[in-house]
Design a protein around this ligand. Structure first.
Ligand code: ZN
Length: 250
């Protein structure tokens, strides 16, 4: 079984389209949330991803953009984008977001957990080994996929052995992939990276494919029409910073 694992699309239609065009031969799609917020195509993104997804975890931006919680905890740029998205969303898409389940969730595939932030707290960022420690100890499955940080990679543990995973790519502008062979009897916290707003200094859309038979996770980056996505953000009157950061990948 091959699962396409996506996170943090953030209303970026061009990036999502590039990922779906590039990713082939998958049997299930696990979406780790933050489908909307920041980008200028929230409805188009929901309409595209909704029928393809086998599992969707609610993200913190999804929660705010559909009005379940207030944007007061957000920085001014994120708040402006969330309030714009609230106005923009159709009634149907708002209802769909409101009904999304909070993580952690378990897909049909055994041994896997899917979360937006930490599996212990959806709003918590797993940025370092220190952040990863408690979730790795308390995990009930050998693999947990998470998002929220917009940083592709993860954390791996076998007894007293700890590793941070950071995919390395041959090129910075073309499509690339990096295969991680999952060692036996390890625990993995894996972030597929952000489709629509990467923050690891790589502007390309990120995703991962989990192959259960091969016991591999392949990280991917794919170029997309970033100029078009930026144009939509500017045309929508969203903060300019949201357009600029897409090309910087941070
Ligand atoms: Zn996010």
């Amino acid at each position: 079984m091959r699962a396409l694992v996506l996170s943090d699309i953030h209303g970026n239609l061009e990036a999502l389209q590039a990922v779906l065009d590039a990713a082939s031969g998958w049997d299930a799609l696990w979406n780790l949330g933050d489908i909307v917020g920041y980008g200028a195509s929230p409805n188009e993104v929901i309409d595209l991803i909704r029928p393809l997804s086998s599992l969707t975890v609610r993200g913190n931006h999804d929660r705010v953009c559909c009005g379940l919680t207030s944007p007061n905890g957000f920085n001014p740029v994120a708040r402006a984008a969330a309030l714009w998205t609230r106005e923009e969303l159709t009634a149907e898409n708002t209802e769909w977001l409101r009904a999304l389940e909070q993580g952690p969730l378990h897909p049909a595939q055994p041994g896997v957990t899917c979360a937006h932030g930490s599996p212990l707290n959806e709003d918590q960022y797993i940025l370092s080994m220190r952040d990863a420690w408690a979730p790795l100890q308390q995990m009930t499955t050998s693999i947990t996929f998470f998002g929220h940080t917009h940083l592709q990679g993860g954390f791996s543990q076998k007894e007293h052995d700890w590793h941070e995973l950071r995919p390395a790519y041959a090129s910075a502008n073309e499509a690339g992939s990096w295969v991680f062979e999952i060692p036996a009897e390890t625990r993995q916290l894996i972030n597929p990276g952000s489709v629509g707003q990467p923050r690891d200094y790589d502007w390309r859309a990120a995703y991962a494919i989990y192959d259960t038979e091969a016991a591999t996770i392949t990280f991917h980056r794919v170029p997309y029409d970033v100029v078009r996505a930026q144009g939509r953000i500017l045309m929508a009157g969203l903060p300019e910073r949201l357009a600029l950061r897409l090309r910087e990948g941070r």
